[in-house]
Design a protein around this ligand. Structure first.
Ligand code: CMX
Length: 441
């Protein structure tokens, strides 16, 4: 079967047995209570999902199978003479629950190389869209066109037994992850480089090859892609892209359909699209102020203007986090190591000094600190990847690692069709008057 699938099977069988036992003994235990405000306000704080691959602490940030980002930067295998973790290693960790050795990581690199062929009809489907279409529209179209290759859909139609679902989801997930860099690079080169495509390099790692196909041969850009693809991969289960992939997958929609759904969620400006919005916002500020290097005073005035116009400051705030996102810090550290004097990076750092006290002073923003999207664009611009509408596609390629590793676990543990209860406000009012009951009480 291959070492990854073999090792996953052993882990999954043990976990499934353990879970069965755990639910038998403790299934009726209660976790928290649900307040009326929570069901109206985005279900914040309601624990209602299991996602095995990572866990988010409001104060500390993300941990992948127990490892923080700085810990992963040390512990995960790297390319020879490299500094940044290989995303292949993070995928192994999320899937197997243990740190990989070099051999396991090269197994994944080779396996993704082998599986990376993208059929021509996928490119044709992307080409059918006008070149003005947003890159995320092209990306989702590409993923949907790839669905013709789904093992899960084919095996389900042939009468696959329930116990084999995870096996087909595993193969689809490996295939789609392997193919995404090609699809992403195709979109970039089509839209911004006059259809001058670059063939994959079979000797490179997954993220290095993505950098190569985008047209960036600088080794430090390849390192950035390795870091970028690692830190954007997963943020526990409740964020829009992860939750959507999980929800759609719970209907036994195959991994291509599920991932495409998740990517549509990532394309929202309150979620992954915020990375393009940050650079757009800074660019507009520079244009409006007629300066490349606005002072902190000018930034402050521009932030107040943005808020006064009833808009959000992109890249700031979070639904769960209550401190500076460690993914922001990891990117800041990268910039400090590689190009501390870059003018756009300097602006991002000045914005970091200016924005939190202003948001805090509003009294309603729960988290005034920057999230992952506040920094990523400035790093890409430094290398010449200035077309900010493309940024969310890069986020999406990375996010596929986490949501698909989770989806494999979902099927291995036999998670059910997700179907929470909803109510009407009419029922709520009648319940408040004591005239009706709400199911679930
Ligand atoms: N700028 C201005 N106002 C903000 C704000 C920001 N960056 N962040 C939150 N607020 C406002 C909210 O809009 C809300 O206002 P109203 O009560 O008037 O509607 C109020 O503060 C309370 O919101 P909250 O509880 O602090 O935040 P939420 O959990 O509702 O929303 C998020 C979280 C990320 C959507 C929000 O902080 C935001 O819009 N940030 C800017 C967009 C962004 O950077 N998104 C990327 C998040 C990371 C990712 O998923 O990639």
């Amino acid at each position: 079967m291959g070492i990854l699938k073999d090792r996953f099977k052993v882990k999954a069988e043990a976990s499934a047995a353990e879970l069965k036992d755990l639910l038998k003994q403790h299934g009726s235990k209660k976790i928290g209570e649900v307040q009326l405000s929570q069901i109206y306000q985005g279900m914040r704080g309601i624990t209602g999902l299991v996602s095995e691959t990572s866990l988010l602490d409001a104060k500390e940030g993300i941990r992948f199978r127990g490892y923080s980002i700085p810990e992963l930067q040390k512990a995960l295998p790297k390319v020879p003479n490299g500094n940044e973790p290989l995303p292949e290693g993070l995928f192994y960790l999320m899937l197997i629950g243990e740190l990989p050795d070099e051999e396991a990581v090269s197994y994944i690199t080779n396996s993704w190389q082998r599986r990376s062929h993208v059929p021509n009809h996928v490119f044709a489907a992307i080409d059918a869209l006008p070149v003005t279409a947003h890159p995320m529209t092209m990306f989702v179209t590409g993923i949907m066109a790839l669905q013709t290759e789904s093992n899960f859909a084919r095996r389900y139609a042939d009468g696959m037994a329930k116990k084999d679902y995870w096996d087909a989801v595993f193969d689809d997930s490996m295939d789609v992850i392997a193919r995404l860099p090609r699809v992403a690079a195709y979109i970039y080169r089509r839209k911004y480089h006059n259809n001058q495509h670059i063939q994959p390099n079979g000797l490179l790692d997954w993220a290095g090859n993505l950098a190569h196909m985008l047209g960036f041969e600088d080794e430090s850009f390849k390192e950035l892609m390795r870091l970028y693809m690692t830190i954007h991969a997963d943020h526990e289960g409740g964020n829009v892209s992860a939750h959507t992939t999980h929800l759609v997958g719970s209907a036994l929609s195959d991994p291509y359909l599920s991932l495409a759904a998740g990517m549509n969620g990532l394309a929202g400006p309150l979620h992954g699209l915020a990375n393009q919005e940050v650079v757009k916002w800074i660019t507009e500020m520079q244009t409006e102020l007629k300066t490349e290097v606005p002072t902190k005073g000018q930034i402050e005035a521009y932030v107040r203007k943005t808020l006064g116009e009833g808009k959000v400051v992109p890249g700031y705030g979070h639904a769960v986090l209550r401190k500076t996102d460690p993914r922001f810090t990891a990117q800041m550290d990268f910039a400090k190591r590689h190009f501390p004097n870059d003018p756009l990076v300097q602006i991002v750092w000045n914005v970091y000094d200016v924005v939190p006290p202003i948001l805090e002073s509003l009294g309603k923003v729960k988290n005034p600190w920057p999230n992952v999207d506040a920094h990523s664009g400035a790093l890409l611009v430094h290398y010449g990847l200035k077309e900010y509408e493309f940024y969310t596609v890069l986020f999406g390629v990375s996010r596929a690692l986490g949501v698909l590793a989770s989806l494999i676990w979902d099927r291995a543990l036999g998670f059910a069709l997700e179907r929470p209860k909803s109510v009407t406000t009419e029922l709520v009012k009648s319940w408040l008057e004591g005239k009706d009951e709400i199911w679930g009480e």
